[in-house]
Write a protein that binds this ligand. Structure first.
Ligand SMILES: Nc1ncnc2c1ncn2[C@@H]1O[C@H](COP(=O)(O)OP(=O)(O)OP(=O)(O)O)[C@@H](O)[C@H]1O
Length: 235
């Protein structure tokens, strides 16, 4: 899906998130400012508790900032209703989690087709598209296996195919390789890099692994809820 308006795909302006717990207030994100361009690939790194997941949830409209705003194609999403946000997420976003969140009673093919069925696509057409995406992630020969019959790396590949089947503008991945051994984590990361190069889909990948993050052209570092550096490596 291409950007119809000029400017960044997504923009965070003076983003803040405070959790209130009785008399205590915990400022988890403080004055976070950055943009994501269409098709961009970036990592968000930071130590445990630095606010990475909170930021990703806000980018995906799953949580609202307590100050500042998030704009998607110049529209302030933090003001949208939950119905509008849900519709936007289905059309424009894909999610990948540390634990695959695949439905255990469905095959890999059906899991990938699920977002299309939910969007009202005809069954055969949805299965054809799911087959295409499973082939793209290297699982053409595992279509009819259930998640329990797949390896951890294969399950994450299915999760990647499921995140992409709706051709989203942006994929948000929260520790997608956090549950995998180093070799498999590298393979899954490389797959996301390859898909990003092929597609017009931005990838925002939260990881605690600096070595994996270093493979990406841009890394945002969160420290105690603040962005400390934003690097862009020149080619
Ligand atoms: N619903 C909540 N209520 C109160 N505090 C919360 C809530 N969710 C998160 N926090 C706190 O916000 C801080 C940031 O949490 P977050 O999950 O965003 O960090 P993170 O960088 O993703 O950590 P990790 O790498 O361990 O997953 C933590 O101190 C956490 O305890």
């Amino acid at each position: 899906m291409t950007t119809t308006s000029s400017g960044p795909l997504l923009e965070c302006r003076q983003l803040g998130r405070v959790y209130a717990d009785g008399q205590h207030q915990l400022a988890v994100l403080k004055d976070v400012n950055f943009s994501i361009a269409a098709g961009e690939l970036m990592a968000i790194v930071g130590s445990s508790g630095s606010g990475k997941s909170t930021l990703l949830h806000i980018l995906g409209g799953l949580d609202k900032p307590t100050s500042g705003e998030v704009l998607f194609r110049n529209e302030v999403i933090s003001r949208w209703s939950s119905n509008k946000l849900a519709d936007w997420r289905n059309r424009e976003l894909g999610f990948i989690y540390q634990f695959h969140h695949l439905l255990p009673e469905f095959t890999a093919l059906e899991n990938v087709a699920m977002p299309l069925w939910i969007a009202g696509k005809q069954r055969t057409m949805a299965l054809e598209q799911a087959e295409h995406w499973l082939a793209k992630v290297g699982l053409a020969n595992r279509q009819h296996h259930r998640p329990s019959e797949l390896s951890g790396g294969e399950r994450q590949r299915v999760a990647i195919a499921r995140a992409l089947v709706n051709k989203p503008a942006m994929v948000l991945a929260d520790e997608p390789t956090g549950n995998l051994d180093t070799t498999t984590a590298n393979q899954v990361f490389d797959l996301m890099l390859q898909l990003n190069a092929e597609l017009d889909t931005a990838f925002v990948i939260v990881t605690h692994d600096q070595t994996l993050a270093a493979k990406l052209p841009r890394t945002l570092h969160l420290q105690h809820g603040q962005l400390v550096t934003a690097t862009v490596d020149a080619d």
